[in-house]
Design a protein around this ligand. Sequence first.
Ligand SMILES: Nc1nc2c(ncn2[C@@H]2O[C@H](COP(=O)(O)OP(=O)(O)OP(=O)(O)O)[C@@H](O)[C@H]2O)c(=O)[nH]1
Ligand SMILES: [Mg+2]
Length: 548
Amino acid sequence: MTPSNNTPADHSTAAPAVEADNGLSRQDLEDVVERVLSRARAREADAGERADRRPEDSGSAASGPLTGRARELADSGQEHSQHDGEQQDLDERRALRRVGGLSTELEDVTELEYRQLRLERVVLAGLWTEGTLEEAENSLRELAALAETAGSEVLDGIVQRRLKPDPATFLGSGKAKELRDVVAATGADTVIVDSELAPSQRRGLEDVVKVKVIDRTGLILDIFAQHAKSKEGKAQVELAQLEYLLPRLRGWGESLSRQAGGRAAAGEGIGSRGPGETKIELDRRRIRTRMAKLRREIAAMKPARETKRLNRRRNSVPSVAIAGYTNAGKSSLLNRLTDAGVLVENALFATLDPTVRRAQTPDGIGYTLSDTVGFVRSLPTQLVEAFRSTLEEVADADLILHVVDASHPDPEGQIRAVRQVFTDIDAQNIPEIIVLNKVDAADPFVVERIRQRERNVVVVSARTGEGLDALRERISESIPRPETVLDLLVPYQRGDVVSRLHDWDAEILRTEHLPEGTHLLVKVREDLAAELAEFAPEDAPGFGAESA
Ligand SMILES: Nc1nc2c(ncn2[C@@H]2O[C@H](COP(=O)(O)OP(=O)(O)OP(=O)(O)O)[C@@H](O)[C@H]2O)c(=O)[nH]1
Ligand SMILES: [Mg+2]
């Protein structure tokens, strides 16, 4: 293919529908994925016919049109409903995306700065080592979606059928050269590989393709870096990135261009280390200094967060964490379940992290609902470490809403991946409701299959609102309920106490109006019981044996 096939102008006429902010429409991205996959398929068929040929030697064949789409990619045409509010963060996030042509201006950056540059024009590379073609497809689609999320423009890709990665260059040497040609032809400046590469493999592959090579871990780290919002989150991602980078530094020498691939290929002298050597030492020193500083900063931030959480604990408000695979619909669910009106009224919780919101059961028991960072397959360990603070929100919860995208081709795989993270953060024993989302778009057979397999399933659609009442009920049954029974007599001039009982976490079992005041039988949490002691006299009137 030629680069001009991908210029936004060509497609803005052909596919006016939805333009991603980097100029590449969703359709373009899907086209790329389909092209790559169909080549892999054709090659596979080819190899099947001539079984004596080694798969990596088989030539590429013409692509044919394929059905199916990148399910990880949302159809952004209907990304938001009115329940999602203004989505101001989205604009902010999009403004953070990469600026075209940035890398070419930076001739004199150190490798550290270079590595941290945003990805721009990328080519994907994957191995299909085991499993079905369908799994290989899902994996590549997810990689394309991740790359797009990171703000890059996916130009093309290569999938190789191979039993195991080449120890030197990941792809076989023939394939790596083919990749180099694709990079040159498309003018890509980055190759993204769908695995975690050993530092030496990355170096080997970079030496062949002559542009920056990023692996899946690096890509995910990059996305997290873009999306981190809080000061602590930012520091943690940066630390994770540096930890990842340190053993992977290499001298650039003259062999790699920091510019677009095509022009780069000219410089030979693979692995020439001379001029790179000083820079690499400089980089290492800078990285270590920076890491030490970040660790200190993070340690200093921890107490504030701890206090916040302890506060919530002390108020013994039950906490419900929404967790799940990325793009499962967690945030949509949060928006559906929490009413904006309630939020504004509840000034009490104004100091909470913005992703934690207050919600109520149908019978008025308050709880907090927190949105969490999405999980992905093989979430890099550095990130699990770095995001421990966000993930502690999950590990600390009284209940987890594990949101699953029922319309995804492999929801069970996603459930497994998410549970793995639960285990990593020691949250595996917290009660869990599987919220099977996107039922409006899902195959009923798949929905039924998961319903059979899992114990505690509620089927919903955050988009249409289906099943949400049932979910509210299920949450209500599953959170810890107030347990201390109090017999209260509240004087009429203390209406504030009564209204507080009504909107705050008490189950009112009976009410009657006596000459001295309002007589109530309530169930409250222990801490509230202590506060209400003055209204619970020893000689309370009592509701009589028959009603207690
Ligand atoms: N068809 C359909 N789409 C949905 C539904 N719920 C969410 N979506 C879409 O799925 C996409 C992802 O939704 P989000 O709520 O952002 O998902 P998330 O789990 O918060 O994603 P991350 O924060 O990236 O992990 C959006 O385009 C939503 O519009 C649903 O019930 N049906
Ligand atoms: Mg979200």
